[in-house]
Design a protein around this ligand. Structure first.
Ligand code: PEP
Ligand code: MN
Length: 337
């Protein structure tokens, strides 16, 4: 069971409720967000009378949750979560497109890409500065210099940005430059990192692990929510199967399934989901038709020369063409873009 406190609830109200939880032989899990306090009641809660809590000072409502993920579940919030990133609303009736290179490589590369994706209609700029590469000999990202260049491109174009953070001790550094923190697939179950971004005050895009089930993805989201950060997006980016023609197997089922199970926005990554630039468009469109709230797409001015993920990156011109098709599809689906 979860007890949602009113925004006006005082510390004394919360303390009184925790005392009562203890008297019933149960434990509390306190989650303090910027605007609201949520108390999770841990233990055998079947026998508790919810109304006894609902009449107490400071309590807004109580919710009985059957799923192992609590704050992330639809039961907790039947209404969808809408995340506001500098005026871009993610999770509502708007379709959001995040686009940019896999990695920030140079000032000219990120600025050129940022202007091109903005011109085409993207609302968020992506670009990795800390890169989780399968080989230690591959380009690892420009680090803080990459963050500076990304922030410069954001300032110049007005596009908020998203970039990956790989380690708990780099969260505060990345927060100085990023508008959205990305947790990469390889770090989906790095619980210390999830706790750290859960304490940060930036929205988080959580990517599904290479072999993670939907429940595991939602339990990872729960770590972030339980640490007080409620602005979490879930991202399907393809999973590992026996198929080798594509880099990953994009799990289209994940999109409507996650929308059913959770109130959190769902973002599709057809670039990593396919690994092939010419499959990105069809899977992007399928994702929107399946109910995705947005897309994250890799775009590069010269994919053949890209320092990472060139094979799956769209040339800026092709991205603009895809955006025209996506706009028509969004309108058909009754969404704005
Ligand atoms: C990326 O977005 O460039 C990336 C590394 O993604 P993933 O973690 O999904 O592999
Ligand atoms: Mn990439």
């Amino acid at each position: 069971m979860i007890i949602v406190m009113k925004p006006s609830a005082t510390t004394a109200d919360t303390k009184r409720i925790i005392k009562r939880i203890h008297r019933l032989g149960l434990q509390e899990h306190l989650s303090q967000g910027e605007t609201q306090t949520i108390i999770g009641v841990v233990g055998d809660t079947q026998r508790i009378d919810r109304t006894a809590f609902e009449v107490l000072a400071g309590v807004e409502r109580t919710v009985r949750i059957t799923q192992p993920f609590k704050l992330a579940s639809r039961e907790f919030s039947p209404a969808p979560t809408v995340i506001d990133v500098k005026g871009v609303k993610i999770g509502g009736t708007q379709t959001v497109v995040m686009a940019g290179p896999c990695s920030v490589e140079s000032r000219s590369q990120i600025l050129e890409t940022a202007h091109a994706v903005k011109e085409a209609g993207a609302q968020i700029l992506r670009g990795g500065a800390f890169k989780p590469r399968s080989s230690p000999y591959s380009f690892q990202g420009l680090g803080e210099e990459g963050l500076e260049l990304l922030a410069e491109a954001s300032a110049e174009t007005g596009l908020p940005n998203i970039t990956e953070v790989m380690s708990p001790d780099e969260v505060s550094l990345v927060c100085q430059y990023a508008d959205i923190l990305q947790i990469g697939a390889r770090n989906m179950q790095n619980y210390r990192l999830l706790q750290a971004v859960g304490k940060a005050n930036k929205p988080v895009l959580l990517k599904r692990g290479l072999s993670a089930t939907l429940q595991e993805l939602l339990m990872s989201a729960e770590y972030i929510l339980a640490n007080g950060n409620y602005d979490v997006m879930l991202c399907e980016r393809g999973i590992r199967t026996y198929e080798r023609y594509t880099r990953n197997t994009f799990d289209i089922n994940a999109i409507p399934a996650l929308k059913q199970l959770s109130h959190l926005p769902v973002i599709s990554d057809p670039s990593h989901g396919t690994g092939k630039w010419d499959l990105v468009g069809p899977v992007a469109k399928a994702s929107l038709a399946a109910g995705a709230d947005g897309l994250i797409i890799e775009v590069h001015p010269d994919p053949a020369q890209a320092w990472s993920d060139g094979a799956q990156s769209l040339k800026t011109g092709r991205f603009a063409e895809l955006m025209t098709e996506i706009k028509a599809l969004a309108a058909f689906l009754g969404r704005s873009l």
